[in-house]
Design a protein around this ligand. Structure first.
Ligand code: ZN
Length: 308
């Protein structure tokens, strides 16, 4: 028979153990609640407000298979978006950058996406057989739209530097029956259409009239599809300048006027908000370049543009 006194001691020990466990549980719970309130503030403090910081303007070409120097697969493009999202980046429009009205949520860093050469994998329509279509979920626009549905705070923006008179498959995304519809779709969804010349011209080889012709005719085709559309940016084919650089910003040819707020290069690293409109650098969206710059800004958060 177990003495009563012993039983009482065990009971009271169990009781005090329960108490200790209870106190620990409450303490854990309290610190968890406290931490969840203080963490965002603490994270914000780690990333000081920096409105003069640099902004990455990424330069994609093909979204297709297999992965190569100028090709990112749909899977890798999705992975890029996820990675930038998790690292605190949000998409902004190139036009807002050029007009110096950069706005992102507090604590987040603006990111700009650009696509050169209007290749098929950037915007592909799949006909439904009843006269309508849907956007291919594996093309760049389809991937951006579905990512934005899940992560609305990432934003939805990208600029497509198109070629209206290049040889297929680079002529306006390569589905001639949808050429105008695609330009309207982009503009309607808030994506931007940029100038990449009429047919990817080497501008250094042209005289002034030839340069103006290449720039104005591209604008003309875009505006025929989207009346009144304002083309605000030019991506230089192969990064090659004409002799007279001033022709790149303003000019006209046979009644079509063009007015670019910025000229984008093919490389050069991240851009500064106080940019030279004739020389806006970009980062080529290859695995190694993206790795390099993501790590670079992880190590140098003070160089990042941070929204307030
Ligand atoms: Zn190009």
């Amino acid at each position: 028979m177990i003495p009563l006194r012993y039983l009482n001691t065990v009971k009271s020990r169990q009781h005090s153990l329960c108490n200790i466990a209870g106190i620990l549980k409450t303490a854990c719970l309290l610190s968890f609640i406290l931490l969840s309130f203080t963490l965002p503030v603490w994270a914000d403090n780690l990333l000081p407000l920096n409105q003069k910081g640099k902004i990455m303007i990424l330069e994609y070409h093909k979204i297709a298979y297999p992965e190569a120097r100028w090709t990112r697969t749909p899977e890798n493009f999705r992975k890029d978006l996820q990675r930038f999202y998790e690292k605190g980046y949000s998409l902004i429009r190139l036009e807002d950058f050029l007009k110096k009205r950069i706005k992102v949520e507090k604590g987040r860093t603006p990111l700009i996406l650009t696509f050169d050469d209007s290749s098929p994998g950037q915007l592909r329509f799949i006909p439904d057989g009843k006269g309508s279509y849907r956007v291919d979920p594996d093309c760049a626009v389809g991937i951006l739209e579905s990512f934005n549905k899940v992560h609305t705070d990432f934003g939805l923006a990208a600029t497509f530097f198109v070629l209206p008179a290049a040889d297929p498959p680079n002529r306006l995304f390569n589905q001639p029956e949808y050429t105008k519809e695609k330009l309207r779709y982009l503009a309607g969804k808030g994506f931007e259409i940029g100038n990449h010349t009429y047919w990817h011209a080497t501008l250094s080889k042209l005289n002034s009239e030839g340069v103006k012709r290449q720039l104005a005719l591209a604008v003309k085709v875009i505006q025929e599809a989207v009346p009144g559309y304002s083309v605000v940016a030019l991506s230089l084919p192969m990064g090659i300048y004409p002799q007279d650089k001033d022709l790149l910003l303003n000019g006209s040819y046979e009644g079509t006027v063009y007015r670019h707020l910025g000229v984008l290069m093919v490389a050069g690293g991240p851009a500064k908000p106080a940019f030279d409109p004739l020389r806006i650098p970009r980062i080529q969206a290859t695995e190694s370049e993206l790795n390099y710059w993501i790590k670079y800004f992880d190590k140098h958060p003070e160089e990042r543009f941070i929204g307030d």
